[in-house]
Design a protein. Structure first.
Length: 758
């Protein structure tokens, strides 16, 4: 996606008085007389100037991902809106302290949009606003976010929305607007990641799942019965078969019987054409759920599946049978062909030189046709507990080949299972992944947009009794935090009194979001697939030299990064931008706006590592409250990749077709990293969460607000062996991994050498 904070866009805030007059403060810290005319003894406030100091680059860039996240120093400042200031009187004994826990503010100040895009740079980084500040204020909180961006026409053509590019929050609440402390109680603050699946799209999504699962179900339940149970003539079927020479009902499932015998000649093993029917049936219905297989159910995968099935069926229906069993198998294939043709278009060679050859150009028939046909399809295996479903007709204009990506979720979000008792294919609603240590509860609604670019400041104050004009304030982050750049009249870590004329937040304002930087590269010129292991599982008698793994020589076009999926993200964070401990659930952040350069995995370079350009994804801090460093969450990241190699290959469980998407999973584990090894993270400001004295709770986690976590992923020779067809559950440590991690840390967190497939 388009965002970041390595370039430390750190905002500093100051409040400056303007003129002088005499008055009484009424405060313990006020003097009997003063010369500050902007002091109001009735309201116990000082009228002052509010000044931002921002360090940022101002050079234009075409690297849109980093531009949206401000990931590098060359990015144009995006601006700040929805900004607000909360002031606190913590008592003079707490001068120099940070707010340690949510508390009701003494005053809330709505700043609106204090800075527009491109309005500041390193040489002129001030913007002055007028406001009043309560006496004895010694700590302030600042909140803001970058203005929402828009998708260009070129980006929209790629299927990217503004939310994909710039992130989206469903809720940005600083304090509740109701109750006794309306607008001031930050314990009610809520920042919530945006849900990708809207209610309207969810309705369509569910109907499409019902339709596709139903279509597959009717096809797999094809049978010879009723009016289809006819005598077979020798001229067409090769062998004449009277109606009394084979059962009145023969189902496709009958060919996959445990005995391996012909359903027509029950004492004979399956004939060659019957074997083909049996093998296709088994391949369709043998979904290895217990071993963690998730069968791809997106539109492209369905078309590839039908193409393969139809090709085998066409070879059977065009064959010349040599027995009664094969003649009936030919009849069965013809009926399966007819059933498939009700729902799909395709070029089916039934005559000529290519008779019985592979089916090509497979596509969905019109959705309205498919819905009408399915709703009246008698091949649904109806039972008292499994009535024929009805698909609503409101999806007639949907593009099934782009399902479910048309709804802003990954292609792997749609996967299905085989219910052997009911003999139906059913799309998974609750992702129950017991085979990888998970449970249920995650649904397609668990996919979230990346976070937005957020700002947070928690700071004690500098105060001065002198008037300071705008040009006298330090410019830039480095100068702002350098005490030597401030004149001697400034008192650091103090509080506002009636004679105060200038006030500044001591700390810079920092990002409230965290950031993941992702790169991908090859550590081998050739990659092996999982063919030998899969064939060995089918036939344990093969030798170690038989059925070798396919080797794919990779180029810069072999595999494309099309998405990054980040597990274990809590949907809601509170006032300090750490996860809420109540009324909170986890979800997957899905970043599909992979910019040019980041989506290209460069060809293998034997002399120098050559990863892709970085992709940046804004996330929330994933601190796990109440847990030690050893128990902080591991984070699973799935790379969504497209197979552009031009070759089919075997992944963990199944064949991954050319043109299909697949997934590799990696684990980011912070528990072996010490806080001290990260450097002085709290030198300029204490990182939330806080101890009771306002200092940082120094516990490492994968994502920490205001810091960038780097994950450099690498394919090695065996990475493809762990490829998965659909998105796996990313929450638990017992996942089958496609990546391992060798971590090192620099600025922020750096997972430097992530090997895919180990």
């Amino acid at each position: 996606m388009k965002k970041v904070l390595n370039f430390a866009l750190i905002v500093a805030i100051e409040l400056t008085g303007a003129t002088m007059f005499t008055g009484c403060s009424g405060s313990d810290d006020a003097v009997a007389e003063n010369n500050n005319p902007n002091y109001d003894p009735d309201t116990q406030t000082v009228y002052a100037q509010f000044v931002f100091n921002v360090s940022t680059g101002n050079q234009a860039t075409t690297r849109q991902s980093s531009a949206a996240t401000q990931a590098t120093t060359s990015e144009t400042f995006r601006g700040i809106n929805n900004a607000a200031l909360f002031t606190y009187k913590l008592g003079t004994a707490a001068d120099g302290k940070h707010l340690a826990a949510a508390a009701v503010a003494d005053k809330y100040i709505d700043l609106g949009t204090p800075l527009a895009s491109g309005t500041i740079d390193d040489t002129h980084s001030h913007r002055v606003l007028e406001m009043s500040l309560p006496i004895n204020t010694n700590t302030m909180l600042f909140y803001g976010k970058a203005p929402e961006g828009t998708a260009s026409s070129a980006e929209a053509e790629k299927g990217y929305s503004a939310y994909d590019l710039y992130g989206h929050l469903d809720d940005y609440t600083l304090a509740s607007s109701s109750g006794e402390n309306a607008g001031k109680d930050i314990s009610t603050a809520n920042f919530e990641l945006g849900k990708r699946m809207t209610a309207d799209n969810k309705t369509k999504y569910d109907e499409i799942k019902k339709l596709l699962g139903g279509v597959l179900t009717c096809i797999i339940n094809t049978k010879i019965a009723g009016t289809d149970h006819v005598a077979l003539d020798a001229e067409h079927y090769g062998v004449a078969v009277a109606t009394g020479d084979y059962p009145a009902t023969v189902t496709w499932a009958d060919y996959a019987n445990a005995n391996g015998t012909s359903p027509v000649e029950t004492t004979h093993e399956l004939y060659a054409l019957e074997v083909k029917l049996a093998e296709v049936y088994k391949a369709l219905t043998n979904i290895q759920t217990a071993q963690g297989e998730l069968r791809a159910g997106n539109g492209t995968a369905i078309l590839h599946t039908i193409e393969d099935v139809w090709s085998v069926i066409n070879s059977v229906q065009c064959a010349t049978p040599f027995s009664k069993g094969e003649a009936v198998a030919k009849k069965m294939a013809e009926l399966i062909h007819e059933e498939i043709s009700l729902y799909f278009n395709g070029t089916v060679p039934t005559t000529g030189a290519n008779k019985g050859g592979a089916v090509t150009d497979v596509s969905f028939r019109t959705v309205s046709t498919m819905v009408s046909t399915f709703n009246n399809d008698a091949l649904w295996p109806t039972s008292p507990t499994n009535p024929h479903p009805t698909v609503a007709d409101g999806i007639g204009s949907e593009n099934l080949s782009n399902f479910p990506k048309a709804y802003a979720v990954p292609s792997g979000a749609a996967h299905y299972d085989w219910k052997s008792d009911d003999k139906i294919f059913e799309y998974v609603t609750n992702y129950s992944t017991a085979s990888v240590g998970g449970g249920s509860g995650f649904t397609v609604e668990s996919y979230l947009y990346p976070a937005e670019l957020l700002y947070f400041g928690n700071s004690p104050l500098r105060v001065s009794g002198e008037e300071h004009k705008e040009p006298t304030y330090p410019n830039g982050v480095g100068n702002w935090k350098d005490n030597t750049k401030w004149s001697a009249d400034w008192i650091n870590n103090s509080h506002v009194v009636s004679t105060t004329r200038s006030v500044a937040m001591r700390n810079n304002i920092n990002y409230g979001s965290a950031l993941l930087k992702t790169t991908v590269g090859y550590k081998s010129a050739t990659l092996k697939d999982n063919n030998h292991a899969i064939q060995l599982a089918k036939d344990p008698t093969i030798s170690s030299t038989e059925e070798p793994d396919k080797e794919i020589t990779v180029s810069a076009t072999s595999f494309q990064l099309v998405g990054v999926i980040i597990g274990g993200q809590y949907k809601k964070v509170g006032w300090d931008f750490t996860p809420k401990t109540t009324d909170n659930t986890q979800g997957y952040i899905y970043d599909k706006a992979i910019p040019d350069g980041a989506n290209v995995i460069p060809a293998y370079n034997a002399t120098q590592a050559a990863p892709s350009s970085p992709n940046y994804t804004l996330v929330f801090d994933n601190y796990k409250a109440g847990e030690t460093a050893a128990n902080q969450d591991k984070v699973y990241v799935a790379l969504e990749l497209k197979n552009n190699s031009g070759q089919d290959f075997y992944g963990k469980h199944n064949l991954i077709r050319a043109g299909d998407s697949f997934y590799l999973v990696g684990k980011l584990d912070p528990t072996t990293i010490s806080w001290s090894s990260l450097g002085q993270l709290s030198t300029d400001h204490p990182l939330p969460p806080y101890n009771s004295d306002g200092t940082s709770i120094e516990i490492v986690r994968v994502f920490m607000q205001d810091f960038m976590t780097t994950a450099n992923f690498w394919f090695d020779q065996n990475s493809l062996k762990e490829a998965l067809l659909t998105v796996p559950d990313l929450r638990h440590s017992s996942l089958t991994l496609g990546l391992s991690v060798d971590m090192s840390w620099s600025t922020g967190i750096n997972f430097n050498n992530v090997i895919l497939g180990q």
